[in-house]
Write a new protein. Structure first.
Lengths: 416, 416, 416, 416
């Protein structure tokens, strides 16, 4: 049993099938690459096997696929940052968090020692910013701050995460630059409480053990809007998930944000141990692990694997579907009565289409009554509902009897 | 008749209805804001009316909505940059273009005088980068380089765009900093041909006249994957549209990329005349115009309008739908025969769901034959087709007769 | 009795005479200037009287002149930095000290948080560098590090310096940026021992109380090559004095090194309390005090006073004398015998002149014997002695009997 | 006959003697060093002999010493910058010149493309600044701007300097970065006239041919306060010479100003062809030539040679003489009459000593009349004269008859 799984039963992952075959093919193709350097900033990282290479994907529907070294444990390092940021957002709200830390890519290394003109670390994905977001989390009577952080990351992963004591002690003994970042942030007025405690809790969270499957589940939880698709637990709100993905988009891959958007386009976060976590919204969570890093500090094979996945498997966030599916399931006219059945997820664009179709239909013919049926609808946003209601009111005003019929339970597509 | 429309008939835009009401409400709400400074770098801009404010949106289905000063003409300025970049991509390919210009946010002002470590301007959305992408476009025997650029921007807008001669002459007479950027790029080995000619063609493209409706149509053309939804013309490939949106995401709003991703999340480009163009992929194109600029050089009311649209109307690119619509329209079993009808846009995630459902169904029951019917499908990606084919091959190998039935014409969801 | 003098007898300073009149005229002329801001980073500084203005000068021969508020005590702040640097040089040598701290002007503010490419603070005159040089000083069994530092600064001043406890406590309580600088230097491998102790000793030395007369005596000690001209004590070697003056030249006035060289040209160091110390080598030490600071952090009236002194009173280090005084006091020929009496300070240039004169004289005439007499010489450098000896050897070789006659005690102009 | 001497008779330089021996010893010692790279930015430089090594020194009294390749011609390159700056100072005055160019070390490479916050190049020793100072020089009817520049540099060197046409054409054909710097400065409002013409004249001045002896004479002219010690021609004012030396001190050795001040302390300027010119005020001018450059762009052997000269031969500008020579040649009392003979160069410090001695003498004894005799004085500064006059007035006021007796011609030590 592997030390990363901490005595629990391993999750069920698919062992065969065409999706597993896709991942295996990528692993085979990239395994021979030899570029990059294993990080040596602490002995625990320097000793990593440069040939280790694992890849996992978890779909928004909760199916789990993996290939290569999918059981190897490694310390999560900077991949923890988006999750602690998400915790801070949940506890303090977007505006309060960003009074303490910026949101811009720094164009500088992850350990850059600079604050923005408002005295804040540039963003929560660099060390200084992560130390500050850590400082914003409160401990509780029954649980220390770190235990709360560990609990949330464990909920994202769907299993209890253990800590690598040696890595923690190494970082605690040598991490003076991170202490400098902490004192600098305190001088800027944005770090709360004790610098030393915030820095130590930051080292602890970096030392949590994970596998690529853990990363993929964590990513899928973000990609699914905050609900772990394996355990069904809502870990953070949909709104927080969106904010977290946004910050990963601009700041997650160190100073390669632009290249990443162009060539990959999946919100992601990498770490110095060689892990990368990537979350394609509404679609897949992906985890990769391979220790050799490029000059920007990102896993060489990890970057290549995500480029292939994005290029070949429709995961780019700006991919444009060939034709948006029509939200109108059927539109039936019987005499003066128009009966419209909607389907799928009704967002503002879908509602605009419905309104437009309704307006045309009512213009063209002698319609005296309109019913819009929502029973096939999977969700409807507040904006879409407002638009539909406004149109029905307009029709009413124009002498057409108009109503909306909806089931008792419908998913109000709210983010909070 | 306004000088921006150059003798053509104005486009039909909706004059009433709930979507227009949404835009009008935003205009009313933001009109009283008085922050910001009108740009004064040339007299033609300095004379702009600080109260001018227009807003337009064009849906991916080609419907056009507007409010406020929707007929006021202004020079397009930096909003031309993504379109010239797209032209360069079409002519030279992604790798060749990016051998001449980077793709990273610069963290510096739009007219920053720096090259990256490879001697390239940081990205094509800053002046230096736009001068370089201009230099990559070739003239033809029958048409000068600038006439070709004007023709492409006109295709994006769906009407012929005229040039403001006074603005052009002002910039040509005083734009020494841009000449410096051109010579610097030439020294870096990335500008082709004559510096002076590239700079003058850059000034010409910046001096093209547009309205907010033009910007919205241009944006909708990007949002629809390169096809102008009003004229039906394919202006650029879907792949080029995606690349252009990617670069706008990371570099379009000067040094506010991170804030923009967090608070708006719509790929956008702003210009010094007060215009902003924003393209929500597969959904809406938006144009805004209001001259007063904030410290970053973005229109104050324009930014606020797009924040409202994103927050309230489901346009954030990382918005996670409540539940992805199922790609399986029906699955019918009759004896040992399983008949599966798919629908909508079949991408990799959808195919993964189908494969998973098929595998379960075949496991559960004595199925001897499977048919997958695609006639209700609006598009299918190559990756999705590969995955389905691989699963059908697996079933065949396991003794189940499996086949896919598709209509004569189906949209192969290719980007090129 | 003033708190800065700590119970000692005040020094004798001239009360009248033309030099005092010069200082008084400068004080009168500059007193009306109202620009600048009193520093408010700790309450003890924020409360300073913006009208306080004192000026003192001490000649290399030990005469002491002052005008204005010459008894007001203020904390020495950054003006302590050159003296702690000098201590480190004495204890560790030039190369060892500069393995820990650079020597280049940083072009950045005094509290800039950056290290050079070798991981060292840019120079010992910025906070980070001063904390590092402090860390290089060792405590002794009988005296703490700070007591040793205080003792050396007191020797420079010629009286015991007291510490302002309130200023020290304020800085210790709020100086997190300086702690950040300390940890950063420790991470760079250049700070020795405990960060917290080095930072506290740095705060203590900054809190030592001085008057402008103290600053002038301290400066005169540097200007005289390390010997306090009032007490006669050698505090540091001549070589260390030169190195200290060199670093003050390039790094002493924050990011105004070039302007300072051009307009003043006297090695100087300023502090946030409004003091400036300036040392014109071999000539005068000057102290000024006036709390309001300019944007670069230098005392407004202090800078103006030193500009006047330099412009009008021959203190610029690059001032070129109208004609260097001849080192030949007399050259007498009697028959074949040439008798040459030298005078003053014989450096390499002087020796070159003597050699050249000797060569001519011997060429021109039938000289068979040469004697060089040094009894009027005040000092002779090693290089000069070598040159003279080589010439006498050449003469000997050419058949001219040549010798040098010198008194029992002559000042060998060695720097160590 | 060497191409650098342009048909003129070579100057007389000493061929033997102990000073020549010093230079020869340095050449021998450093010849074996093999570090550094010959510049390859134009073919004319790339072809330089890496073993070429010459060294020359010219004393303030006009004696000329050399060793090694003292007749090899090379293009002056950036070593021309201080002289064009000096010309601009003479024509436009200090304040006007520095309204167009700063005076701070840039901490960046010589071809750095940045302006300071006032829109000026950082200093006149970087390319951008030198192009601007060139643009400030006016042509005349009879002579082009370049011919005027060539004439002034020739006066500094004491012979007509020729131009290397090939080097000029190479730079003119490829120097786009310098054109960028020119346009940037024009955009900043600090370059006058045509960018292209200023850049071409800059390239022409860089292509002037010199030898190490030329550099040493040019340096000696600066060191002597603007009078060429070989030809006796006053080329610039003493004040301009001081300003030029000041800017060389802070900005002459690229980004090594601090190290240079610490280890060498002689105002200097280096060039990409491997030349270094160094001027020890009132003492020696030195020229060195050796093509291989270190990372900062300074000649490796050149830097080493100047370190040795400074360390061993008393040339550091902050060298403190063991004891300043007394300005009092004799002080004789006969009855109530005090007769004081002064000598040498009387500056403020000397005058202060005289005043102090007079005051003591008058205090101690019944003196009724004082005469100060200046016939042995080589120069007297205005400040010194004021101080003496003030003291004599004070004595007069106290009832002592006091007067100053001076020869008809005395060198008023004015800088203008």
């Amino acid at each position: 049993m592997d030390e990363g799984t901490d005595g629990q039963e391993p999750r069920t992952t698919e062992e065969t099938g065409p999706v597993v075959a896709v991942l295996e093919r990528i692993c085979e193709e990239l395994a021979p690459r030899r570029e990059g350097q294993v990080s040596d900033f602490i002995p625990e990282l320097a000793g990593a096997d440069p040939n280790a290479f694992g890849l996992a994907a978890v779909s928004a529907h909760g199916r789990c696929y993996s290939a290569g070294d999918d059981e190897a444990a490694f310390t999560v390092q900077s991949v923890s940052k988006p999750f602690v940021y998400a915790m801070a957002l949940e506890e303090r709200g977007l505006d309060d968090v960003h009074a303490h830390v910026g949101a811009e890519p720094s164009g500088e290394p992850f350990n850059a020692i600079s604050l923005d003109e408002q005295g804040r670390p540039e963003n929560p994905m660099i060390n200084a910013g992560a130390i500050v977001t850590t400082s914003l989390i409160r401990g509780e009577e029954s649980r220390s701050r770190f235990e709360r952080i560990r609990a949330v990351l464990s909920s994202f992963a769907g299993r209890h995460l253990s800590m690598d004591e040696d890595s923690y002690r190494s970082e605690a003994g040598t991490g003076h630059r991170n202490r400098a970042l902490g004192y600098l942030s305190m001088a800027g007025g944005v770090l709360e409480g004790s610098v030393e405690e915030a820095v130590l809790d930051y080292f602890r969270q970096c030392a949590l053990n994970v596998t690529v499957v853990d990363l993929a589940v964590m990513a899928a939880t973000l990609a699914s809007g905050g609900v772990n698709p394996l355990t069904g637990e809502r870990v953070i709100s949909r709104r927080t998930a969106r904010h977290t993905l946004s910050v990963m988009t601009s700041c997650g891959m160190y100073d390669r944000a632009g290249e990443w958007a162009l060539r990959v386009g999946i919100p992601a976060k990498s770490g110095v141990s060689g892990g990368i976590l990537a979350a394609a919204p509404g679609s897949f969570g992906v985890g990769v692990f391979s220790p050799p890093l490029d000059h920007a500090g990102n896993s060489v094979r990890g970057v290549a694997a995500l480029e292939q996945l994005s290029e070949n498997y429709d995961l780019h966030m700006l991919r444009i579907p060939s034709e948006p599916p029509s939200p109108v399931h059927s539109m039936t006219r019987a005499g003066g009565t128009l009966d419209v059945h909607l389907r799928g997820d009704i967002d503002f664009l879908a509602a605009e289409q419905v309104v437009s179709r309704l307006a045309e239909a009512v213009d063209d013919a002698r319609v005296t009554s309109v019913t819009v049926e929502l029973e096939r609808v999977s969700g409807i946003s507040q904006a879409a509902r407002s638009l539909l209601t406004a149109e029905l009111d307009d029709l009413d005003g124009a002498g057409v009897e108009a109503s909306m019929s909806e089931p008792a339970v419908i998913n109000e597509d709210s983010e909070d």
